[in-house]
Each structure stands twice: as C-alpha cells, then as structure tokens.
Design a protein around this ligand. Structure first.
Ligand SMILES: [Zn+2]
Length: 410
C-alpha cells in the first residue's frame, strides 16, 4: 500500500514538474522588494514591499529549474502542496560589498528587487544568499497571498515612454531586454536612442547573439534625468539623474552602479522587460554588471561597444571576468567550483568544458576571476577578458547558447 502511495506521489510530482504555466500563475508580475542587510559576519533579508503589474515577461516553461546557480536563489512553493513552482537565481551588489573593508566594521543595507510570475494561489517564497564557498549565509521564507489587498498595483510612468527597437519572432517565448536612460536630459533623448541602437548592434555582432537574434525583444525606455552626465564622487561631482548612479562604487574609480533598484524598477513598471541594460551618458570610462539584476555602461568613449557587451555577459550570461586583477580578496577557491560557466578552479579531467577541449576549440589557461593563479579560463582572450578581442570565446559562446535556449525553447 505504502509503495503504491509513494509511486503515486512520484508520478504526481513529476507531472507537476512538467506543468503548464497557467496551472499556477496568471499573466501578471509579482514584484518582490527586499532589503539585504548586515556585515561580513551576519547577513539578513527583509521583505520591503510587494507590488503587481500586468503581464509576465519571463519564461513560462522549465519553471522549477535554475538558469545558473548564481550567488543567490529565489524559490516559490505552492503553499498547499509544497511543490516548487518557480525558481530563479541572481547576484547582488550587497554580496560584492561584503568582500570590502567597510563590511568588516559597518552594517549596511541594500535594496534588491526580483520579479516572479503572479501566483494564483497562496505561495511560500524562500530567498537565500550564498557565499563564495556555496554555503547559505542568509535565508528568508515568507508567505504571499495573491489576494492580499496591500500588494500595490503598479502603473506605467507616463513621463517615460518606450519604443520597441526590435520585436522577437515569437513575443510569447523570447528574452526581453530593456534599455534605460541614465544621465540623459529630455532634450538628449535622440542621442540616447542612437546610443541604444549602437549598443544593440554591438551585442548582435557577437555570437551566439548574432545567430539567435530573433529570440530577443528589445525596447528603449526614455527615462529623462534632470542633469546631463552621472555623478563622479571622486571628483566631488554629484548630479541629479534618473537612477542616482555613480562611479567609485565601493571606492573603485571605474565601478559605475546604481544602488537604487526600486527606482530602476519603478521606471520600468508596466513595460516588457526582464534583462536591464542602463546606458549612462558619460565620457568617464566604466560600467558594471550583476547577474540577473542589471548592467550599466558608459557611452561616450571608444570602448562603449565592447564594455556594454561585456557587462551584458555578466548580467545576462552570468559569465565571470576572465582577467586577473590584484590577486587580493579572492572570490574563487580550489574547494569550490565557480558557478560561472567560463571559470574553473580545477584542472582535473573531465574539465568543465571538456567537449570543447576534445574538439580542439578550447583549453585550460591559467588566470581569471581577478586571480593570476588557481583559476582557469578556456581561451587566451575573450570579450570577458579584454576590450580589444572581437568576440566571446568558445566556452562563453557555448554557455550563452545554453542559456538562450533555456529561456526560449519550450
Ligand atoms: Zn570567455
């Protein structure tokens, strides 16, 4: 009797793995705002606010699978049955900050925003953060009743129209990219749209994006700033911009980010978006990209094109940097294989990209992930290593293809 019950339960859970999106979700988005707080010793996750917008622009298949492991994960359980009905992964600036000196003596908080499909029935949501040894360091579980009257209904911002730069072949099963303007005044929107076109064409010159171009839907959100250009704290310059971004993130000159994730998503509310590319109207070199969060790139310089594609490699592809940098504060260790598909900390056979090594298309080259020793990449040069190299290496291309298929093949 028990055996049959077990068999029945197994069949039941298998069938739910292959369920239809419509069984658990409606065509709307539940936006989850969290505060991640703490210091190097202890981290906490708090619910900030929940909101709803019409339509869901993420995937509608392989819902219970992760695209990559990431530095954090969100898991949605159907409350009644306990079945996993959606999973996603991400990285955060908060976790990067934990590696800084400031995190050794100061407790700080960071905004984070995640989007999940809007559940039809009450759900339990688990958010967890992992350290560089893949150990869970903070966890929050909370319940959401989709009928909760305090879930805010989000409206489109009328002062920020958007235009479609490219429509995907199948808009019901594609990857939605949104460009957002940062440091462009209302009068500079034509310049911004030109920059969006340059950034988009730069991306689609790179394989595998080139071949799979029609899987992408691309919009440009015209979010005007009061001031032109962005803040440069190192020079004492603060500007009033749409996303309040600035250079000198964590006191690193070239690191351009915004800590205002809620503001970013407020601008985008109601538009078709999932992957976010912020274009910053500045001639000061720099950028940043955070996996499944957003990326930001400078635009007014000769490296604009490679930088905006490189940062998308981080924010969309979860690719790691393939260059060494200082050898201090390591993020990669011999005892933990990195989740980034283009870096490995072991040379044992089979290698992470053994199929490409066997085909003579890649090797194991030491140096990467900001370290000169103990981390290996697949090829001498790559878009994830230098601005001069013209394309992604075979290891990155293979990983990107796999990810694009994850999102777009039903
Ligand atoms: Zn690469």
């Amino acid at each position: 009797m028990k055996k049959y019950l077990l068999l029945l339960m197994t069949l039941f859970s298998l069938s739910v793995q292959a369920q239809d999106f419509e069984q658990f979700f409606s065509d709307s988005t539940l936006r989850l705002d969290y505060i991640f707080a703490g210091d190097v010793n202890q981290q906490y996750i708090y619910v900030d606010q929940l909101s709803k917008s019409h339509r869901w622009y993420g995937r509608r298949h392989r819902l219970a699978e992760l695209p990559l492991a990431g530095n954090g994960q969100i898991t949605v359980f159907d409350k009644m049955t306990g079945i996993v009905i959606y999973r996603h992964s991400f990285s955060t600036l908060f976790q990067e900050w934990l590696a800084t000196d400031e995190a050794k003596h100061t407790k700080k908080s960071f905004e984070n925003v995640f989007l999940i499909p809007y559940p039809q029935q009450p759900v339990r949501i688990k958010v967890e953060l992992r350290d560089y040894h893949d150990k869970v360091t903070a966890e929050l579980v909370h319940e959401v009743d989709p009928k909760d009257i305090l879930i805010r209904q989000l409206q489109r911002k009328k002062e920020a129209p958007y235009i479609t730069l490219q429509q995907a072949a199948d808009t019901t099963c594609c990857i939605h990219i949104a460009y957002v303007a940062e440091g462009y005044t209302a009068e500079q929107m034509d310049q911004y749209l030109d920059d969006c076109h340059v950034a988009m064409e730069a991306l689609f010159e790179h394989e595998p994006f080139k071949t799979l171009r029609n899987r992408f839907n691309v919009i440009a959100l015209c979010s005007p700033s009061h001031d032109s250009d962005v803040s440069q704290p190192g020079k004492g310059i603060w500007r009033n911009t749409a996303l309040a971004s600035h250079f000198d993130t964590f006191y690193m000159t070239r690191y351009l980010t915004t800590l205002h994730l809620k503001q970013l998503h407020d601008w985008l509310a109601g538009t078709p978006y999932e992957h976010i590319i912020v274009l910053a109207n500045t001639a000061h070199y720099g950028g940043g990209g955070i996996y499944n969060s957003y990326n930001l790139s400078y635009t007014r310089g000769k490296h604009f094109r490679p930088v905006v594609v490189h940062e998308f490699g981080h924010s969309f592809g979860g690719l790691g940097d393939e260059y060494p940098y200082g050898d201090s504060d390591p993020m990669y260790f011999a005892d933990t294989e990195p989740w980034e598909p283009n870096l490995t900390t072991t040379t044992k056979n089979p290698a992470k990209w053994q199929n490409l090594i066997d085909a003579g298309k890649a090797g194991l080259i030491e140096g990467g992930g900001y370290l000169s020793k103990g981390v290996w990449r697949g090829q001498e040069d790559c878009r994830m290593r230098t601005n001069e190299h013209p394309d992604f290496c075979p290891v990155c291309q293979q990983a990107l293809t796999k990810l694009i298929n994850f999102y777009t093949v039903r």
